[in-house]
Design a protein around this ligand. Structure first.
Ligand code: ZN
Length: 479
């Protein structure tokens, strides 16, 4: 800013001084008289200054001519490249000028101009590795995909630009949705530059998408090695991949190997629920109930989840409901106040037909944090104790419009999944599913109230008063 100001001031001062000087010279008397071949020229002072400037220009032109004559002399004496070198210097200057202008055009978003400049620079420079880079980016900018791809292919030929070419074509294929070819190109790019973070991420995503778990684990290892992934994140993601690998092995009909893989995945990340469930099933198949139980209790303590309870029940499949209530106390011991634990115990008590105990389990939960599941359980309890149909219907009515409670939700796009998976089914992000409540607003069921007469009968009961009555009844019973 200050520098520009100084330049502008200097320019104005120079112009003023020149004008002033010229005016002064014009007024100065005298001059010079030159006689050439009998003719006399009378020069005033100003004319002399102009003549001096013209002389300087003439001398400069003369020097240029001399340089060219010198080049010609060398050429005639056997130096074949002397003249071309003389012109090359000019060409090089023009080429780099065009290249610089092209880069400027690219930076200011003028794709077409950049392409023209790149072609001009190539004409003078013959340095395709430089000018093709500019052309490819300019073509991308103007949306000329064909030209861009053509240029990227040219970049493949040079060792120095091969990675840029592969990456460019890979990005194009990704945008076109050709993931098969994109995966192959990502592998090639990864082989050229294993430490390139963006390539690692693209490759990992494509491998996970194509269920190439083994390859994805290798890429993940490379990410850890190059320092682009913290160790704990690596451990967790490696566990997710190991679990996915185990599932595939199981699908291939190899239960023993799958069991080992699941147990390994559980060791890597003990709080990964599906891995714990699969590992526990592996232990159950081995007849190792103690290990199965231990794995499940550990994961439940970190994150209570119905799938863990299901697997925990499978440890002793043929026990009486009363024995089951007793055995499950070891599972929920560490988390007695968690809603999941309360609902689980209520379910077990309902199965054991101990309805008062079941009511004690969830009586405060349906008040403080009602969900479809806890309200449905309440309806079952009322039915169990032989309450009036209207009361049961009241709980069911509330259950219909209540939030559904935690589910497998993608942290990135909030898509709800019925089952856990390593890759989000909606946005294809890797390891983003968490067991949590959907954000408010997505749980409402606008059609719910209109559907009520169809589901609970067309009794003319106002929607609002019914649940309140039912709640009062429930509370009275609890006392
Ligand atoms: Zn998603």
């Amino acid at each position: 800013m200050i520098w520009s100001l100084i330049k502008i001031t200097a320019f104005i001062l120079t112009v003023t001084a020149l004008t002033y000087g010229a005016a002064m010279l014009y007024d100065v008397d005298g001059g010079a008289t030159i006689a050439v071949m009998g003719i006399e020229f009378t020069l005033r002072t100003l004319d002399m200054v102009v003549a001096l400037v013209a002389l300087v220009v003439l001398v400069w032109l003369g020097l240029r001519l001399l340089a060219f004559l010198a080049a010609s002399y060398h050429f005639l004496n056997g130096d074949e490249t002397a003249i071309s070198r003389y012109f090359d210097r000019n060409r090089e200057r023009k080429g780099y000028e065009a290249l610089a202008e092209g880069m400027m055009a690219l930076a200011s978003g003028e794709g077409h101009l950049a392409m023209t400049k790149a072609a001009r620079a190539e004409k003078y420079l013959h340095q395709p590795q430089l000018t093709n880079l500019l052309t490819a980016q300019a073509a991308e900018m103007t949306g000329d995909r064909r030209k861009a791809e053509e240029t990227y292919k040219k970049l493949l030929a040079d060792d120095r630009t091969r990675f840029v070419g592969v990456r460019g074509i890979m990005k194009q294929k990704l945008a076109e949705g050709d993931t098969d070819l994109a995966l192959k190109l990502a592998q090639k790019a990864f082989a050229l530059k294993p430490k390139h973070a963006e390539t690692q991420d693209v490759l990992l995503r494509l491998q996970a998408d194509k269920a190439d778990w083994k390859g994805a684990r290798q890429t993940l290892g490379a990410k850890l090695k190059s320092g682009t992934l913290p160790r704990d994140v690596h451990k967790r993601r490696d566990a997710v991949l190991a679990l996915s690998e185990a599932r595939d092995i199981l699908d291939e009909g190899n239960p023993i190997e799958a069991r080992e893989a699941a147990i390994a995945a559980n060791r890597l990340s003990p709080d990964l629920i599906p891995a714990a469930v699969m590992a526990a099933r592996g232990y159950i198949a081995q007849g190792n109930a103690r290990y199965a139980s231990r794995v499940l209790v550990k994961t439940w303590t970190a994150q209570p989840h119905p799938d863990i309870a299901t697997a925990f029940a499978e440890i002793v499949p043929d026990e009486t409901p009363q024995a089951r209530v007793k055995r499950f106390a070891t599972l929920t011991k560490a988390t007695p106040d968690h809603p999941e634990a309360k609902m689980l115990m209520a379910e077990l008590h309902i199965a054991a037909e101990d309805f008062p105990a079941a009511r004690r389990d969830i009586a405060d939960l349906v008040d403080t944090d009602p969900t479809a599941r806890s309200l449905a359980l309440m309806a079952a309890i009322e039915r169990g104790v032989g309450a009036d149909d209207a009361v049961v219907r009241g709980w069911l009515t509330r259950a219909l419009t209540a939030p559904r409670g935690p589910q497998w939700i993608c942290d990135k796009c909030q898509h709800i999944h019925p089952q856990w998976g390593p890759v989000c089914g909606n946005c294809a992000a890797f390891d983003t599913l968490s067991w949590k409540r959907p954000p408010a607003g997505e749980v409402s069921m606008p059609a719910g109230t209109e559907m009520l007469p169809l589901i609970v009968g067309s009794q003319p009961v106002p929607d609002e008063t019914l649940p309140d009555d039912a709640e009062t009844v429930a509370k009275d019973d609890a006392k």
